[in-house]
Write a protein that binds this ligand. Structure first.
Ligand code: HEC
Ligand code: HEC
Length: 153
């Protein structure tokens, strides 16, 4: 009984959709190929179906060509799928992290004017405000919004 309760508690912790931890493994091919145009977004930011969509269509990747050879594509796809997070709310298998409900909820207070700052430009630019985003650290006390003295409200 005690073990069951502990298991249930752990499950609840895992279901917290705002928890975007870096997976235990990292993947060198992914690090090499997916962070030349933007940061290497953590696999836990999308579900497996969304990653499959992204990886099956690198030729038309958000208006640019990010295609790789078959072998690299497979390595990265396997890595992303195996480390994806399938309990995030994403019924349409959206491939924009920045369009997911949890994301828009967390970032709803940030104005267009703030985003227009030359060192931000787009909400996809996680590292502009989350200085340790590349390490998978999005903690509130690590946030610094360019052009603003950060306050949580
Ligand atoms: C040639 C440049 C380039 C490369 C290489 C590239 N991307 Fe992208 N990626 C983009 C652009 C441009 C966007 C759109 C950003 C925007 O809308 O502001 C984007 C957006 C994304 C998004 C959505 C982010 C959001 O705003 O929610 C994901 C996920 C993504 N890329 C994954 C990958 C993966 C995985 C790889 C490696 C296989 C990769 N990208 C390699 C250019 C690139
Ligand atoms: C313009 C600055 C800015 C950008 C760009 C930005 N964020 Fe945020 N983010 C924030 C702020 C501010 C909060 C805190 C919201 C609050 O607590 O009211 C936040 C909250 C979060 C949280 C929740 C943190 C917690 O502990 O509650 C996560 C996860 C997160 N952001 C991920 C991302 C990711 C992933 C990207 C890029 C795809 C991104 N953010 C881009 C400013 C930004």
């Amino acid at each position: 009984m005690k073990n069951l309760i502990i298991a249930l508690l752990l499950l609840c912790v895992n279901l917290n959709s705002d928890e975007i931890k870096m997976p235990k493994t990292t993947n060198l091919t992914f690090q090499k190929e997916c962070k030349s145009c933007h940061m290497a977004f953590q696999p836990t930011l999308l579900n497996s179906n969304s990653w499959i969509k992204v990886m099956d269509n690198l030729k038309e990747h958000f208006g640019t060509d990010a295609s790789l050879d078959q072998q690299e594509t497979k390595i990265i796809k396997d890595y992303l799928v195996n480390n994806s997070k399938n309990n995030i709310k994403n019924v349409t298998n959206e491939i924009y992290i920045t369009k997911l409900p949890w994301f828009t909820r967390q970032h709803r207070r940030i104005s267009e004017k703030t985003i227009a700052h030359p060192s931000i430009k787009t909400l996809s630019n996680c590292v502009a405000c989350h200085k340790n985003a590349e390490k998978g650290n999005y903690d509130e006390d690590e946030i610094k919004i360019p052009g603003k003295s950060w306050s949580n409200r």
